[in-house]
Design a protein around this ligand. Structure first.
Ligand code: ATP
Ligand code: MG
Length: 390
């Protein structure tokens, strides 16, 4: 193994954004694999990640590299490869390739195979089809195995560059999407629940960097929701590298809402305050949008009416990437991302405190503004004590 060839979805790359995308992806890979001293080179339509660390032949390190590449947004798929020694001219490039390929095939047992060639650069005179046939015939002769294009036991992925050839046997699926950082920063309102971590992941995959805000009612409740938020952030950080988690003490603010507003509006007023405070955090962080895990109709506060009343408390856009998803789809996604097991642990969420018996399902902005009129919102925002962890 000499390293990895990394592919991205070409379709996401329009015109001038392309070099930006590729450079960002290169940096993100370098950061994520930094313990292994990777050297990432930009090739036509793909990246090559060369691993120089001497421990690389160690199986554990190899697995750890594969795991990390599998978590980097922007990578559509990648393959562990060997690389043939560089040469000038088609004939010598192919000779070098065949030598390394047959060395590698010696340790493989297979009854059927196929060769799947891609030319990174159309400068190479032979077409992919011609290379498939030429190498296929040789492998058949040497190994006695038959060619099976539908269901081969072994696939040889061949990537041809002008002076060298990369090849591998296993194409591994990546996260897809865009590299983190390319779309700007967002503040994710992260509860300890199932939905908001999935919403965060969706935005990371669209190239956002996420900063997290968790609202807690400690000491009115125990510490559990904060502990969960931290663990969730640690998992989500696998996909984006380091980030920040803001912990917002929210219990006293809830108490003030409870004392001065009608019971049925409490949840909406909590949410509006959360949106305002998250917007403060966005200001500090130069973030351009807020993100929540709401999905239409899931609970009383997530009707179109209530969502628009909450929305009007903030001036930044609020993204709700799960708005059209069913709970089951969200749960499956949480399992894939790795957040589900933490999300289902019991906790004491701030919203459970002073929960109304009959929350209003359809509020309107006039009644809500009236309900808020006894609350000194500016003072609350000015006095808020944020702490940043992680
Ligand atoms: P989740 O599974 O993310 O908790 P939910 O289905 O429980 O969502 P709600 O409790 O109504 O729905 O919360 C809606 C959204 O509001 C959450 O997805 C999250 O973005 C935000 N939110 C709710 N509670 C908190 C909190 N304590 N801290 C930060 N954000 C919160
Ligand atoms: Mg919740």
């Amino acid at each position: 193994m000499d390293g990895f060839v990394v592919h991205y979805h070409e379709i996401a790359l329009k015109g001038a954004n392309r070099p930006l995308f590729v450079r960002r992806l290169k940096e993100n890979i370098e950061r994520s694999l930094k313990d292994f001293q990777p050297v990432v080179s930009i090739l036509p339509g793909r990246l090559f990640v060369e691993i120089r660390s001497r421990t690389f032949d160690n199986v554990r390190d190899r697995i750890s590299n594969i795991e990390r590449l599998g978590e980097i947004p922007g990578i559509a798929n990648f393959l562990p490869v060997r690389r043939s020694p560089k040469a000038e001219g088609e004939a010598d490039v192919l000779i070098n390739f065949k030598k390394v390929l047959f060395e590698e095939l010696k340790s493989k047992r297979f009854q059927s195979f196929k060769i799947e060639t891609k030319r990174a650069d159309k400068i190479f005179p032979k077409t992919s089809e011609e290379i498939n046939r030429e190498i296929g015939a040789l492998v058949q002769k040497e190994s006695g195995a038959r060619v099976d294009l539908e269901n081969p036991e072994l696939t040889v992925f061949v990537e041809v560059l002008p002076k060298e050839i990369f090849f591998g046997f296993e194409k591994i699926k990546g996260v897809g999407g865009l590299p983190v950082g390319i779309s700007g920063k967002v503040v994710v309102l992260l509860s300890g629940g199932i939905d908001s971590p999935v919403a965060a992941f969706r935005m990371l995959k669209r190239g956002c960097r996420a900063v997290f805000a968790h609202f807690h009612a400690y000491p009115y409740v125990d510490y559990s929701s904060q502990g969960k938020a931290k663990e969730l952030v640690e998992i989500l950080n696998r996909y984006q590298g380091k980030s920040k988690l803001y912990l917002v003490p929210f219990g006293d603010i809830q108490k003030e809402i409870v004392l001065s507003a009608p019971e049925k509006y409490r949840v909406i007023l909590y949410r509006r305050m959360m949106a305002r405070i998250a917007e403060e955090i966005a200001g500090r962080e130069k973030a351009k949008a807020l993100v929540t895990g709401e999905s239409l109709g899931q609970v009383a506060s997530q009707t179109i009416e209530n969502i628009s009343v909450v929305e009007s408390a903030a001036s930044l856009p609020i993204f709700r990437p799960l708005i059209g998803m069913d709970k089951e789809e969200i749960i499956n996604s949480a399992k894939d991302i790795g957040t589900y097991e933490i999300s289902i642990m019991p906790d004491q969420d701030c919203c459970q405190v002073f929960m109304p018996r009959h929350p209003a399902t359809k509020t309107d902005i006039k009644s809500i503004e009236r309900a808020e009129s006894g609350i000194d919102i500016e003072k609350i925002i000015a006095n808020i004590k944020l702490s940043v962890v992680i």
